[in-house]
Write a protein that binds this ligand. Structure first.
Ligand code: LMR
Length: 401
């Protein structure tokens, strides 16, 4: 049956990790996937996660029964609070249908399928560039008309704000617009609060439906509130919107696949009906979500001392990434890599967009064993002090090849 099946292409991001594993070179560095590493290059399990797991294991009432279709109710309530804020009108008025899903990707997918079934405009606008998976999730879920809006300006290595506004204004009335809540992936270029207000005005004028992807709350700036600025601005303005949240990065729960989708409506009554339809999407897709990761999140968010400790650990991770930006910047200057590298300092979050071309990335990987995505993105969270000089040398050489 399968004789003629063609070979599928490697994944733009996870395929890089597969290639990295096969490389026997002791010099190799994986800056492809966005996964936090310690200074020693090791994956990190947060202390609060270890403590929460102990509590769960020792709890005599804990079991392995199925969760409900929408997941752990405490997890859903705490996740909505984390994103929209404790005193948010959305939560006070019970206007959020929040359901536990399989991390960011799963939340986006459930949200997109819900929109394909119940929203009349099947056009989504994605930033250019964006996380590669966005381009696949929406059409596979049934939102077939995928367009892009200008976001990154290569000449300034910053935001193309005018281009973004123009493209949103040109979009069909009511189109879905995907917005990165903070720490834009892959560019690391974010909007200022003033620019967000400009986008909000345009979105309101065009009656667009914002779909926020929030994968880095607290991880970008080290401050959970600050990283929720855009989401809260839109929600507090009374907009109907969708939000996909992931705990992969900010709680280091990558493989636990824990996240949430919120659909914000105009009333508690509509919210109930929306939730009933989200169940119709989830049940045939994965039946109900897994327990363990959500239980960890509940412990951390509901126990004041664990919550305080989590905030410190978050600051620690965000701080180490910012330090890597400084050290890579200095190393690039030392080796005399051509051009200005201020963007490495200005960009925010897990990634830097180096500006390297596809050909230059090939030199980085083939000659220097530095693994990164072909769009020139590097994961700053995968870098350590001892590797900055080597990376700078590789970049310098690739640019001159
Ligand atoms: C990334 O962009 O590297 C991460 O969000 C991991 C992923 O799933 O692609």
């Amino acid at each position: 049956i399968w004789q003629a099946i063609p070979q599928g292409p490697p994944d733009a991001i996870l395929g890089i990790s597969e290639a990295f594993k096969k490389d026997p070179s002791p010099k190799k560095i994986n800056l492809g996937v966005g996964a936090y590493r310690t200074e020693e290059g090791k994956p990190l399990v947060l202390n609060v996660v270890k403590k929460a797991e102990q509590k769960i294991i020792n709890d005599p009432n804990e079991n392995k029964e199925y969760l409900g279709i929408t997941g752990n109710p405490k997890f859903n309530a705490l996740s909505a609070q984390l994103a929209f804020g404790e005193h948010s009108p959305v939560i006070r008025e019970a206007r959020n249908a929040t359901v536990q899903c399989l991390s960011g990707t799963g939340s986006l997918r459930v949200g997109a399928e819900f929109l394909a079934q119940h929203y009349t405009v099947h056009t989504v606008l994605l930033p250019s560039p964006t996380w590669a998976n966005h381009h696949k999730i929406f059409p596979l879920a049934g939102i077939k008309d995928v367009r892009t809006y200008r976001y990154y300006k290569p000449s300034t290595r910053g935001l193309d704000f005018e281009g973004m506004i123009e493209d949103l204004q040109r979009a069909p009335e009511g189109a879905i617009v995907l917005l990165h809540a903070c720490a834009h992936n892959p560019t690391g270029v974010d909007l200022t609060p003033e620019q967000w207000r400009g986008i909000l005005r345009t979105v309101q004028q065009k009656r667009m439906l914002p779909f926020f992807d929030s994968a880095y709350q607290g991880f970008a700036s080290g401050d959970l509130e600050r990283d929720a600025t855009a989401i809260r601005l839109f929600a507090d303005a009374g907009l109907e919107l969708l939000l996909a949240q992931s705990y992969a990065k900010n709680m280091g729960l990558y493989g636990e696949r824990v996240g949430a989708l919120s659909v914000i409506t105009k009333s508690a009554d509509v919210t109930k009906r929306v939730e009933s339809q989200l169940k119709q999407v989830i049940r045939p897709m994965f039946s109900n979500p897994p327990r363990h990761g959500a239980a960890i999140v509940v412990e951390v968010l509901s126990d004041p001392s664990l919550y305080a400790e989590w905030r410190e650990e978050l600051k620690g991770m965000a701080g180490r990434i910012m330090q890597m930006r400084q050290e890579l910047f200095r190393a690039l200057q030392q080796v005399g890599a051509p051009g200005s590298w201020n963007h490495i300092l200005d960009q925010i979050g897990m990634f830097s967009f180096t500006g390297l071309t596809k050909e230059q990335v090939r030199v980085m990987t083939d000659k220097w064993h530095v693994y990164m995505t072909f769009d020139g993105r590097i994961s700053m969270a995968g870098l350590s002090s001892s590797k900055c000089h080597y990376l700078a040398e590789a970049i310098n050489d690739a640019m001159r090849s």
